[in-house]
Design a protein around this ligand. Structure first.
Ligand SMILES: NC(=O)C1=CN([C@@H]2O[C@H](COP(=O)(O)OP(=O)(O)OC[C@H]3O[C@@H](n4cnc5c(N)ncnc54)[C@H](OP(=O)(O)O)[C@@H]3O)[C@@H](O)[C@H]2O)[C@@H](O)CC1
Ligand SMILES: Nc1ncnc2c1ncn2[C@@H]1O[C@H](COP(=O)(O)OP(=O)(O)O)[C@@H](O)[C@H]1O
Ligand SMILES: [K+]
Length: 511
């Protein structure tokens, strides 16, 4: 699914009005009806007090139309307009009049602090103050009003976006409604996925409002969301007559004294994700640990006892995955430099591999095009330097990716994959995955898909998605707290099966 900017959504809106021969007021009615239906489905006529707060632009127009539908269906609705400007949108004004068709009461105008209504714990607040048209931080009495809503314990539903939030631009500590749930139109917004603002959205639900398909198809998005649908389309079926040679060989160069687990996790994950063969190049003292932990993985011992000191072996045709638990000793650096210089096809570099690379960024010239680097934020600093906020980080990462022709996997709650061709946001995963070693598993999984001849971008996106999806399945049995890296690895197979499982149908209702 594409993630568009506020500006692109406005263009999509205009293109829809032109091509579908629909007026803007009818499009607003379509949108409001879709939101109402979802609310009605959940509320099922419950007599809860609903307070609808509307701005004076089209987001406010949506709010007024939603309020009208709710009133028409017997809900207990009070409608308010935040009277912050005289410049009201045309479609806001039409819906302002239309509400009179269903109630004797005009919406209550709010113009200052004295007008703020009390908001009860049982209330449902519908936030339709500002959407994508916000063009500056909310200030003055409106800022106090946002705080007033946030201080209430009511359940808050945002229309399109929590008011005050910018769709795709940095904002400092500007006031924003802290929503519990957001109905967003056509595409989610970039700010939903960033750590500074993602928590303001609550859970989100995308409503397809039928914007012009031709525009949606050709527009170059800010990013693409990788969800179950897309992951399913990436999967490659196996040929019944295939053998292990068809699924590639991963060479995991990893581990040092006290960190052999990283080598075990990365190489074990490569096996679990379907690599035909996996070999670990590890320090001598780690051999027993590795062979006892994952018998499916072969080993090559480096001459160093406690850390890897050389890259001498006879293997041909393998995919290199280098870095987990490798350590930062000088002779490990030389072995790392030799290893990456010998590669002709894309490699996966993680953890200490990235730290070693940061020691001499000149080595980037030796890395094959489309190699995959999987830094967490600490490791990323060695590559792109410091940044100020997520938008700056993403822009520096994009520059780095294009300049060095590499794929960057920026790990986090929503992992961003930055490629020279564009940016992708991953939709799977949960906070149970914030546990030591889960990144090692990810690097093994991505290398396994490279070995299975997925192209580098697909191997990365599919690997990142499945890694998160494994965590999401495992958490149902282990809870966030009980999740650990080896469990995530063991759920990769079930996560692949789950890609093709349909959501359970509700049993038909008895008459
Ligand atoms: N995309 C689609 O296809 C569809 C979109 N639809 C809906 O339209 C919404 C976008 O509507 P929109 O463009 O009218 O902007 P909106 O968010 O209502 O706010 C703009 C108003 O707020 C004002 N204003 C701005 N910042 C302010 C501030 N800090 N403090 C105070 N005032 C501020 C600004 O005034 P001004 O800058 O002139 O002072 C202007 O009057 C979108 O989110 C969705 O809900 C659907 O109905 C149909 C399909
Ligand atoms: N809150 C979260 N939600 C979703 N995924 C998460 C969350 N926290 C961590 N993860 C995932 O867990 C992995 C952690 O990787 P990393 O920090 O490299 O761990 P380690 O270095 O211990 O192996 C990443 O893939 C990251 O996206
Ligand atoms: K809103």
């Amino acid at each position: 699914m594409k993630i568009l900017s506020g500006e692109q959504l406005a263009q999509a809106d205009a293109s829809t009005i032109q091509k579908q021969q629909i007026s803007s007021i009818d499009l607003m009615e379509r949108v409001a009806t879709l939101v109402f239906e979802r609310l009605h489905q959940r509320l099922n006529g419950a007599p809860v007090p609903i307070k609808v707060f509307c701005g004076i632009g089209n987001n406010g127009g949506d709010g007024l139309a939603i309020a009208r539908h709710l009133i028409q269906h017997g809900y207990h609705v009070t409608t308010y307009v935040t009277n912050c400007s005289k410049k009201r949108s045309k479609d806001f004004l039409v819906n302002y009049d239309r509400i009179k068709e269903v109630t004797k009461d005009w919406p209550i105008l709010l113009s200052c602090k004295d007008d703020f209504p009390e908001i009860g714990q049982q209330d449902i607040v519908i936030d339709a103050i500002f959407g994508t048209g916000i063009n500056r931080p909310i200030d003055g009495w409106m800022a106090e009003f946002v705080e007033h809503i946030n201080n209430s314990r009511a359940f808050k539903v945002a229309v399109d976006m929590p008011s005050g939030l910018f769709a795709d631009q940095a904002q400092n500590d500007a006031p924003v409604i802290r929503a519990n749930h957001t109905f967003t139109f056509q595409t989610p917004k970039l700010s939903f996925f960033l750590p500074e603002t993602g928590n303001l959205v609550g859970t989100y639900e995308v409503i397809n409002i039928g914007l012009d398909p031709e525009y949606m198809m050709q527009v170059q998005p800010l990013a693409n969301l990788v969800d179950k649908d897309l992951a399913q389309r990436m999967y490659k079926n196996r040929n019944p007559f295939s053998h292990k040679g068809d699924y590639g060989h991963v060479l995991v160069m990893a581990g040092s004294e006290g960190k052999m687990g990283a080598a075990v996790l990365a190489s074990g994950a490569a096996i679990n994700a379907g690599a035909g063969k996996v070999t670990a190049l590890i320090p001598e003292d780690g051999n027993t640990i590795l062979q006892c932990s994952v018998p499916e993985v072969m080993s090559i011992l480096s001459s160093g006892e406690s850390h890897v000191t050389n890259f001498d072996h006879e293997l041909q045709n393998y995919v290199l995955c280098v870095g987990p638990g490798l350590g930062l000793k000088d002779d490990t650096f030389s072995a790392f430099a030799k290893a990456i210089s010998k590669q002709a096809s894309p490699v996966v570099i993680d953890a200490d591999g990235i730290n070693l690379l940061s020691r001499d960024l000149g080595l980037l010239k030796k890395i094959p095009e489309n190699s995959i680097l999987t830094p967490h934020d600490g490791e990323l600093k060695g590559l792109i330097g410091e940044w100020k906020g997520s938008y700056d980080k993403l822009s520096k990462a994009q520059k780095f990716s294009m300049e060095h022709k590499v794929i960057l996997v920026l790990k986090g709650a929503f992992t961003f994959t930055v490629t020279p061709q564009g940016m992708f946001v991953n939709d799977s995963g949960n906070p149970g995955m914030a546990t030591a070693g889960s990144g090692d598993v990810l690097s093994g999984v991505i290398a396994a898909f490279l070995a299975q001849k997925y192209d580098p971008i697909t191997a990365t996106l599919f690997g990142v998605y499945l890694h998160g999806a494994s965590g999401d399945l495992a958490v149902q049995t282990y809870a966030h707290e009980g999740l650990k890296a080896s469990i995530i690895s063991n759920f990769i197979g079930p996560a692949i099966l789950n890609l093709f499982r349909q959501p359970q149908q509700q049993p038909p209702q008895q008459q």
